[in-house]
Design a binder for this molecule. Structure first.
Ligand code: PFF
Length: 499
């Protein structure tokens, strides 16, 4: 039996089921839920998309999530070692480790731009603090009731995002602060770093999220938001399904949001104790992540509709026009601050999870003794943090418009238009490559590996479903549904990839 291979020397573990579930939810809940979900839902027409998205989460995402977790736990060690051991135990080729390398590359690639976007959120939180301080300075404590940017005109407010993108120094500073905090947490390890961050930040996040959505539903256009999110237009749905893009967007969003295909949940599975039920934990994570996306929709869309903004605003929705809403409501600066703090917390618990994949690899194998592994975690994480920072600087610079006033940084602008990247900025190119190609490829390989390479008795034992029919349902989805649907998306993703 290969039961618990590598577990004996596994010194890093979650302190319990609750800690693991919180950390996994922390990874899943992030910019994907707060920014990406509202705009993909907005782009894809609202309710009809939400329906397909739910299907994608529970029929495709959830079985793959369970598969990643059990591969990690059964293999043990590091992400690559875990796959190697399982492949060997089941007589399969060692080249399955490619699956781990793809995931590692995807996690690393995502965190390089994720940190830059998180830096924008952090900058906005900082701006709100300055605004509140100014209001209090001018009007005493009553100033706390002021809207954000009182007295500034609409163009000035929405123009703030463009101004940020034209300020490489600001983008680099806040990206630097964010990645420094992330690096510090990751050097502290699984229990003392990642788990502690999640147990502190996630409850505050949930509190702010619920509070903001209630306020938004009260002061915004609740009817329009609820109709938009939950009343599917079946006529439109039928047309969209023929076109295929809704399905592709839904599965892509499910993968991104559940942190799948990046070897990340596989890595979190390595630290998972045998007494935790993978099906139960994975189901909790899927429900929480989906719930947060929907509640985030309820926080964003009522104000979007009340202030006549476009639902399909993309990144610009959160970083531009939403500021206008904060400008037009009482206590707007305070709400704005709460919103951006909440978003930074969510981004932080996701960024450290992405960071942990290369960090776990860097700290080395089980054959090292505990002290050596501990040292290597610190040194490895710091080196990876520096690399993320440097590549992030290029992402930030690739956002700077050519006609921005700063000529020194404009001389870097060619990085935004390298021949291989075509018309896209570096950030868009890495986002497209990871999201449309690497994550679906990782997910496809996980499904095939878990469904065909790992023996049936091994997956049944490791998953430990209480009922045989649930196991059979999982096996059917992982063998037939996931590879076919994800494979189709992959073919499409490569078609639109930035090559
Ligand atoms: N799931 C996180 C989010 O929704 O923001 C971030 C993320 C993690 C995306 C891991 C992709 C990924 F592979």
């Amino acid at each position: 039996t290969i039961m618990a291979v590598g577990k004996s020397a596994q010194d890093e573990t979650w302190s319990g089921k609750a800690a693991f579930v919180l950390a996994a939810i922390g990874s899943a809940v992030g910019i994907g839920n707060l920014v990406r979900f509202p705009y993909v839902a907005g782009d894809s027409g609202g309710g009809a998309f939400v329906l397909i998205y739910l299907l994608a989460v529970f029929a495709i995402g959830l079985p793959v999530l369970m598969a990643e977790l059990f591969i990690g736990r059964r293999g043990g060690g590091t992400p690559i070692a875990a796959i190697q051991r399982l492949a060997k135990a089941d007589g399969a080729s060692g080249s399955w480790t490619l699956m781990g390398w793809i995931g590692m590359f995807a996690s690393f690639g995502i965190v390089t731009f994720y940190s830059v976007i998180a830096g924008w959120l952090l900058y906005y939180a900082y701006v709100m603090v300055g605004d509140i301080a100014g209001n209090i300075g001018a009007n005493g404590i009553a100033g706390i009731a002021s809207p954000a940017f009182a007295g500034e005109d609409a163009d000035g407010i929405t123009g703030r995002f463009g101004a940020l993108l034209s300020s490489p120094g600001k983008m680099i500073l806040f990206h630097g602060i964010f990645i420094t905090i992330s690096t510090f947490i990751v050097t502290r390890g699984v229990k003392g770093g990642i788990e502690k961050a999640a147990t502190w930040l996630m409850p505050i996040f949930f509190f702010l999220l619920v509070a903001l959505s209630v306020i938004s539903l009260i002061i915004g256009d609740a009817g329009a938001a609820l109709g938009f999110l939950f009343a599917p237009d079946f006529g439109k749905l039928a047309a969209d399904i023929k076109d295929g893009s809704v399905l592709i967007n839904a599965v892509g969003q499910a993968f991104f949001s559940l942190s799948l295909g990046s070897a990340l949940m596989l890595t979190y599975g390595i630290y998972l104790g045998r007494d935790t039920s993978i099906p139960n934990a994975a189901t909790t994570v899927a429900f929480a992540d989906t719930g947060v996306a929907l509640i985030a929709g309820l926080a964003v869309f009522p104000v979007v509709f009340a202030f006549g903004l476009e639902p399909a605003g993309g990144l610009g929705l959160i970083f531009g026009p939403l500021l206008l809403a904060f400008n037009q409501m009482p206590f707007g600066a305070l709400f704005g601050l709460a919103f951006f703090i909440m978003a930074v917390f969510a981004a932080l618990t996701s960024a450290i999870s992405l960071f942990e994949v290369p960090a776990a690899w860097a700290k080395g194998d089980n054959t090292l003794d505990e002290a050596t592994r501990g040292r290597r975690r610190v040194i490895g994480s710091v080196i990876i943090g520096i690399l993320i920072f440097v590549i992030g600087v290029f992402h930030a610079l690739s956002q700077v418009p050519t006609d921005a006033a700063d000529t020194f940084f404009n001389s870097w602008e060619p990085f935004g238009s390298l021949p291989v990247i075509g018309e896209r900025t570096l950030l868009d190119a890495i986002d497209g490559l990871t999201g449309n190609v690497l994550l679906p490829l990782g997910g496809f390989l996980v499904a095939v590996f878990a469904g065909y390479v790992v023996t049936q008795s091994a997956s049944r034992e490791e998953l430990g479903f209480k009922s045989v029919s649930n196991y059979q349902r999982w096996r059917f989805l992982i063998r037939y549904v996931c590879p076919v649907v994800v494979g189709a998306i992959l073919v499409y993703g490569i078609g639109i990839a930035p090559f």
